[in-house]
Design a binder for this molecule. Sequence first.
Ligand code: IPM
Ligand code: MG
Length: 347
Amino acid sequence: MKVAVFAGDGIGPEVTREAVRVLEALDLPGLVLLEGDVGGVAYKRHGHPLPPETLEVARACDAILFGAVGDFDCDHLERHLRPEQAILGLRKELGLFANLRPATVFKGLEDLTSLRPEVARAIDLLIVRELNGDVYFGEKGIRTLPDGRRQGWDMMSYAEDEVARIAHVGFKAAQGRKGRLCSVDKANVLETSQLWRDVMIEVAREYPDVELSHMYVDNAAMQLVKNPGQFDVIVTGNLFGDILSDQASMCVGSIGLLASASMAVGTKGLYEPIHGSAPDIAGQGKANPMATILSAAMLLRHSFGLEAQAARIEAAVAQALADGIKGGDLGGSQGTAEIGDAVLARL
Ligand code: IPM
Ligand code: MG
């Protein structure tokens, strides 16, 4: 059980430290943790946000626990050297095409979401986001038009096999839940989305037990705050999934609570909180490590099949929250290590 721990920038190291303490407390036989530099810190040390030695560790491991990347100091660099390229590079190089972002409201937090408690309480959804394609990985550039104006451009595309592959993940996830899959696109405007929708309908024939629906992304954004309880599994492309998953996090309370898994074919996966590096509070011991701890639970479940241990971690986090342990993101006063201690005590 080889796990790479890539803490990254900003609050990444602090939150990752707590998740590692939780993993170690479980005393799992055969668990080996390896480290590597990613993001701005890797650029500063090695001249690249995803140095070859880090990529090698990632390839050699069964799973990766990832903190966060992003550093304002690096924003002036050419795009291929910016911290974000570490996570984008890992997703691409390792073929991590399926991003699972679950969102549920924890007991005791109903009053802390951005929604009315009775609306929020009904949330129990999973966003399945495609991670290897879309406008994220298309050709892009800034060019000068013949009349001298600068023009930025990014190419959006999906090939049918890329859509089918994520569709299967969405349908299978729905089969294991309430059997409803909502595909989110912008087929009223984009050709990429039209193909996406056509392929979803084709793949649906193999899953007669799943009810497939379609929603335009603008409407989905509205429905997520109006009546989020209607959703079971949402399947969508890279860009729309990025946006909707941040939105979903606010619907359940805090971005400091949302974990994610990014899976390749098989059981290899990368696990990370959906939040970023939060440079404004980095190094102050204030960040909420719960999303990273919950990502470690997903790691045990999806890469190693350790369902009981994963559930133990999730129960410990839920109990800590129910007992009033809250980080600043939830209006509480507990710091990073204190929250880690609280979860460990309940484990
Ligand atoms: C996410 C993040 C990344 C993304 C950034 C850091 C490149 O926002 O994982 O949601 O856009 O995918
Ligand atoms: Mg995002």
